[in-house]
Write a protein that binds this ligand. Structure first.
Ligand SMILES: Cc1cc2nc3c(=O)[nH]c(=O)nc-3n(C[C@H](O)[C@H](O)[C@H](O)COP(=O)(O)O)c2cc1C
Length: 277
């Protein structure tokens, strides 16, 4: 991956909308030409230790994305959640996502611009897991992200990552978090004043997005069945699948496979985290 991420602009650098300025403009004032300037300001994350955030009084959303064109809806989701002042968002990206968010168009801001958005407290990708050689006592990022999160949302979820998750693979940071999830509800307990989504168990919401032919491939049905029926909430599990919808896809094919409407994803986050709104 070309660059990984990210350190926050200080909390006191806020504009009159409450958003961080990152030294130039607000996210929606900044044009995509500004993204190179912002990228130059990017620094590295300090190590995440979930225990440091137990009493921050905020709901913790781990918002993940994988390599689909629908990744460009991530800024819409974050912006729609911006009125919730008691929400902290950490972004988790698979390696291919950087190709969709490089500031190449107005709807495809750079990661540095996304880092400036309200409630975003970190952006992580694979390189962050191995920032330095591990020694005893160091935190382990995929475990800390899981401990930190009250809710994980993977939107969009690519066919590739869906397959890996359904088969239990964990060969990157994102799938390692999913593989290390507390499926029992006995390990990660609720924090003071912050109810967990599903009566005490943390859950993962996924919004698959893929080409129509990929969606109709029989192996996709197997993978979805595992998440919905095997590990879904209704079976006492920890997954919610927001199935794709029909429309003309970016490739020109018409049919199902498009990511669920991002407004529905926002609504699901608000509902599961008891945010209201
Ligand atoms: C322009 C472009 C768009 C793509 N869109 C999708 C998509 O919507 N869904 C999908 O499953 N794969 C899509 N792919 C393929 C994935 O990016 C590829 O399978 C990748 O390995 C996924 O890796 P990840 O799951 O680790 O993010 C697309 C690839 C390209 C080049």
């Amino acid at each position: 991956m070309t660059r990984t991420y990210l350190q926050k602009a200080p909390r006191n650098q806020r504009n009159d909308r409450g958003g961080r300025t990152c030294g130039i403009k607000t996210f929606f004032e900044a044009s995509y030409q500004d993204s190179n300037i912002l990228d130059a300001k990017v620094k590295m994350n300090s190590p995440l230790v979930a225990a440091d955030h137990i009493n921050d009084g905020k709901h913790h959303l781990l918002l993940a994305a994988t390599g689909s064109v629908a990744t460009i809806k991530i800024p819409n989701i974050i912006e729609a959640l911006s009125p919730h002042e008691n929400l902290s968002i950490r972004i988790l990206l698979s390696e291919s996502v950087a190709n969709f968010l490089q500031g190449q168009s107005a709807e495809q801001p750079s990661l540095a611009m996304i880092d400036c958005m309200q409630n975003v407290d970190g952006i992580y990708s694979d390189a962050d897991e191995w920032r330095k050689p591990w020694v005893r006592g160091d935190s382990i990022l995929h475990i800390e992200l899981r401990r930190w999160a009250d809710l994980m949302v993977i939107a969009p979820l690519s066919a590739n990552s869906l397959a890996k998750i359904a088969k239990g693979m964990s060969d990157n940071l994102l799938t390692s978090v999913v593989r290390a999830w507390d499926t029992t509800g006995l390990i990660d307990l609720a924090r003071p004043g912050i109810p967990l989504p599903c009566g005490g168990k943390k859950i993962i919401v996924v919004a698959p997005a893929m080409n129509t032919a990929m969606w109709h491939h029989p192996v996709t049905a197997e993978h979805i069945q595992r998440l919905e029926k095997g590990w879904g909430l209704e079976s006492g599990g920890w997954f919610v699948v927001l199935r794709p919808m029909e429309k003309e896809l970016a490739c020109g094919d018409v049919g199902s496979g498009a990511m669920q409407d991002w407004k529905m994803i926002v609504h699901t986050v608000e509902h599961q985290l008891h945010l209201g709104g």
